[in-house]
Design a protein. Structure first.
Length: 99
């Protein structure tokens, strides 16, 4: 019985998908969700919410695949002034003013 790796090879060959080469993300100036979160200074889940809201551009080829974010999109987001307030807006949430 053929193992999972032979099934993947067959799938890649049939769809003419190149084998992953180490460093190709860097060549395309792409980073992972984890790296983007670290650069922005938020948790991985907050970064994911930011992608889903459209604050930062990211793509996922299929469900379960790693998120891919262009480094320049993260840099552009970091350069913009972030609005004060919670990451996930909640109109019922009250604010506390420090004096």
């Amino acid at each position: 019985m053929a193992g999972p790796s032979s099934a993947f090879r067959s799938f890649r060959k049939h769809h003419e998908i190149e084998v992953y080469r180490g460093g190709e993300w860097a060549e395309r100036r792409e980073i992972t969700l984890e790296a983007a979160a670290q650069i922005i200074g938020v948790t991985k889940m907050t970064a994911l919410r930011m992608i889903r809201r459209g604050d930062v551009k990211g793509r996922q080829v299929c469900k379960g695949a790693p998120w891919v974010i262009k480094a320049e999109d993260v840099a552009a987001f970091s350069a913009r002034k972030r609005l004060p307030g919670s990451v996930t807006p909640n109109p019922a949430q009250q604010t506390f003013e420090f004096q």
